[in-house]
Ligand binder design. Structure first.
Ligand SMILES: Cc1cc2nc3c(=O)[nH]c(=O)nc-3n(C[C@H](O)[C@H](O)[C@H](O)COP(=O)(O)O)c2cc1C
Length: 395
């Protein structure tokens, strides 16, 4: 979730008046992220070890709030052990760590693809010491996956899209519908139902879009109006080059205006914006725009064990890579799927709309794991920051 407009309006006219001078003073030009913060998107530079090279690609994986919760242990010869960084979770919007583990699946898929690209096969064992428990506070050091390298490995055509993939977080162009044939090609790229317990589906049908758009918009309002879930995003917001460079994660904002606002010390991160304030209206407007301009939807459904969550992430990144190849934007709108109490009616509705059945009661019930809007962004989305490779590997 971005806060660009929210901050822009937070101080109203006073900020606007002060901005020009401050912009000049802090040398703010352009809204691109500092080059070092996005260096991961060049791929591995100067890395010769195949496992490190594979991890360098895998850290570009999509993941919730760009927390980058991955640790790759390389201490065992010929093996990569993937663990979760227990500090990097979202207790309020993702209380069971489901989305975090989807992000692990995405990392794992890119890792396997990057090994194959180097002529290496691998055997992936999920949860070699058993799955993580439900409650985040009980998470321990047990691995998400053990990846044992072996000969073989066929390069995957989708690998060409890995460094081009972006999550577009702007309003889509409402004059450009998503063609049914394009949706069909996207969905056809997913593994056949006999090969995976997951299902990938979607719609661009005019009679189905309004209800899904409304679901996204109404559920976004719940996240924004629930102080603890709103604050979770605010705490992860990085404003301006020095903060972005220091963290290289979270929700990065680097527009000249926001940099000026931050330089003036007017960016308040201590409380959610007051209802009715300009900041509030702006944050709302952003989600309203995203929801209203959804020109199609895709989803991934399946059971909800820890393994299903990881597998959903593997499927999700492949789908987004395929969307990249097809030139269409795919943007998750996860609010309605979140498991905090205030969201329950919307979670119920999401499952009714997508699956025609109630929200899951057990980990074996059908669950909507990902719900994404589709469409064409007016401009190419920027590559988002990643922390340096050394922060992810244990050697
Ligand atoms: C499980 C999951 C849930 C996500 N949910 C949202 C969401 O609700 N809203 C959003 O703007 N992006 C969402 N994203 C996208 C991430 O914010 C994005 O992947 C991250 O910021 C990194 O950006 P990138 O994908 O362009 O590399 C989600 C990604 C994953 C894997």
């Amino acid at each position: 979730m971005h806060r660009r407009n929210f901050i822009r309006l937070a101080g109203g006219g006073t900020i606007a008046a002060a901005t020009a001078g401050t912009l000049a003073a802090c040398g703010a030009v352009g809204s691109h992220y500092p080059a070092e913060a996005v260096e991961a998107w060049k791929g591995p530079v100067g890395e010769t070890d195949p496992r490190r090279r594979a991890v360098a690609y895998a850290i570009t994986a999509p993941n919730p709030h760009n927390l980058q919760p991955w640790l790759a242990d390389l201490r065992e010869e010929g093996v990569i052990t993937l663990r979760t960084d227990r500090e990097r979770v979202l207790p309020h919007t993702d209380p069971w760590g489901r989305q975090i583990l989807i992000g692990h699946g995405a990392f794992l898929e890119l890792l396997v693809m990057a090994l194959a690209q180097q002529g290496m096969g691998c055997e992936v064992q999920l949860w070699p010491q058993g799955a993580l428990p439900l409650a985040l506070r009980e998470w321990d050091d047990r691995p998400v996956a053990r990846i044992r390298l072996q000969p073989g490995g066929q390069p995957d055509p989708l690998f060409a899209q890995v460094l081009l993939r972006r999550t577009p977080k702007s309003d889509f162009d409402t004059t450009r519908p998503v063609a049914p044939e394009l949706l069909a090609r996207l969905l056809a790229s997913a593994p056949a139902s006999g090969q995976t317990p997951l299902r990938v589906g979607g719609t661009v049908a005019a009679d189905q879009l309004p209800a899904l758009r409304t679901l996204c918009w109404e559920s976004a309002q719940v996240e924004l109006l629930t102080p603890r879930t709103m604050m979770e995003s605010i705490h992860l917001t990085r404003v301006g080059p020095s903060e972005i460079l220091r963290h290289r994660d979270g929700i990065s904002i680097n527009t000249p205006f926001v940099r000026a606002v931050a330089a003036l010390g007017l960016f308040d991160r201590s409380a959610p914006p007051a209802e009715g304030s300009a900041a509030y209206k702006s944050a709302m407007g952003r989600f309203e725009g995203h929801s209203r301009t959804a020109m199609g939807f895709v989803w991934i459904t399946g059971a909800n064990t820890r393994s299903d969550q990881v597998q959903a992430g593997r499927a999700y990144v492949r789908l987004q890579l395929q969307a990249t190849a097809l030139g269409v934007g795919m943007h998750p709108m996860s609010q309605a799927l979140q498991e905090f109490a205030e969201m329950a009616p919307h979670c119920e509705r999401a499952h009714q709309l997508v699956l025609g059945q109630p929200a899951p009661r057990t980990s074996h019930d059908a669950t909507v794991q990902m719900l994404c809007r589709m469409g064409y962004p007016p401009d190419m989305a920027p590559a988002t920051p990643r922390r340096p490779l050394a922060r992810f590997v244990r050697t």
